[in-house]
Design a protein around this ligand. Sequence first.
Ligand code: F6R
Length: 610
Amino acid sequence: MCGIVGAVAQRDITPILVEGLKRLEYRGYDSCGVALYINGQLKRTRSTQRVAELEALIKEDNFSGFTGIAHTRWATHGAPATHNAHPHFSGQDKGEPRIALVHNGIIENHDELRDELKALGYAFESQTDTEVIAHLINHLYNGDLFETLQQAVRRLEGAYALAVFCRDEPHRVVGARQGSPLVVGLGNNENFLASDALALAGTTDQIIYLEDGDVIDLQLSKVWIIDSHGKPVERRVHTVHAHTAAADLGPYRHYMQKEIFEQPRAVGDTLQDIDNITPDLFGDDAYKIFKDIDNILILACGTSFYAGLTAKYWIESIARIPVNVEIASEYRYRDSVPNPKSLVVTISQSGETADTLAALKHARSLGMEHTLTICNVQTSAMVRECKLNFITRAGVEIGVASTKAFTTQLVGLFLLTLALAQVKGRISEEKEADYLKQLRHLPTAISAVLALEPQIMAWADRFASKENALFLGRGMHYPIALEGALKLKEISYIHAEAYPAGELKHGPLALVTEHMPVVTIAPNDELIEKLKSNMQEVRARGGELYVFADNDSKIVNSEGMHVIRMPEHYGKLSPILHTIPLQLLSYHAACVRGTDVDKPRNLAKSVTVE
Ligand code: F6R
């Protein structure tokens, strides 16, 4: 999704802006641009290509400057075209641009503002909601950009992170945050703004996380923040050790492959320092809150939603607490029946997903105060907004498709299951110790599954020529089938759907022919005989089965039935292990098809708009 970098310094900042954009590339974008103050004028370069292309254009134009802003855009209002790319300019006096602005988020009242500004004589050169803000600021400009921005944001409805500078105040960049992340990076006689601290890695590790409603004034040796009540405010400075190493591919072809292979480490790190199960893993008040609640509401999007669906099976069967799992973008607008005794659990890799944050706020507005998040980013809005949290230690995930974030979320959710079961008195000490032992063995078990890569690559070759695929699972492996189908469609663009295997005969079986590959997750659990019958239904219609089976499930290779054996049967934690081969299958199918694996078309890493 969109990314922002801004700087005010006494040296040429173009390398900092370009490097920042490169660090944000993984989030997904379709155009990019940079604007600088150069010799009394505002200059900009924009491109619908990659940041490397923009960098070449900057060199060609011989751009350098000490104040500027840069942006990667993921189109919402207006096509991905150069004239819609940020920075946007405004300036009616003498026809010269005076204001330069970049924006993440969506301005909901842009139509109304555009009409107003058109009536004042402003001409629009883009279809974006962003250009409206540039003209609004230019219209209100009174010689003090910081004051003007404070006035301007009062007119904006929606979500935004803004960075703005003005030709008439060349040593100043101002910004504002409402609903979209924005951080300040502190330097020595230079200061920076960015939508993510990662963008400033290597430039500064002194980071301030702005809060909703903050407006910020950035000068060479001064950073001034006004909060949502218009009062000056001091925000804590964090020392952030950004994961520069995450940007190195090492021996891998893509970040997604690297991140799949990092899972033993990511799961191990997530379990590090956990000597026993205790509600304190989720925060100081967890015991009291877990005691009080009588049901759980899980809110999330995409892959994180599937982690929530898996957790429902665990929590209901082990902790015996009823669980509802809802897609955040649905829940936030649904007329639901609130229960103040619910534990509201949000799951999010980024901790900035707009729909999940809005769903959380909606739940709270309905009187549900017990909130917990499973999140991969300690400093994110989600962690700040929830009373309790568990931080997964997947490390920065650069591939747009979630892999190690998902498996570490599952680890966090399993720990939550055990802690809830303990507080509710529904698990014996022996059983708890047994589960903890299994969790500790997970990194080794995942490594053994990763060793299946060559066999999975052979399957991927056959998959690559297909345009459709079905995924089947039963019980707690049904959400894993959903995740497998999502992974395949998002990176290889093969249309894939997942069903609980028992549901096949109620409709989807009509799709099964000899051209339809059917991926089946077949662990040797209490549903295996039922699943075998479902597989026969597929074979009888000529469908080709690709089965991940346990050693002892007595499913063997035969005509139309391809079997890969999982190294070990893993009981309740089996969904985590079965995720791995599905990630590898999607990854290699996408490689054979030659898609842009790490940056699939139309998608963004951190979805900060509704
Ligand atoms: C798919 C994927 C997305 C995210 C979803 C939620 O591979 O990554 O479906 O899971 O956009 O993102 P987070 O977890 O950051 O809230």
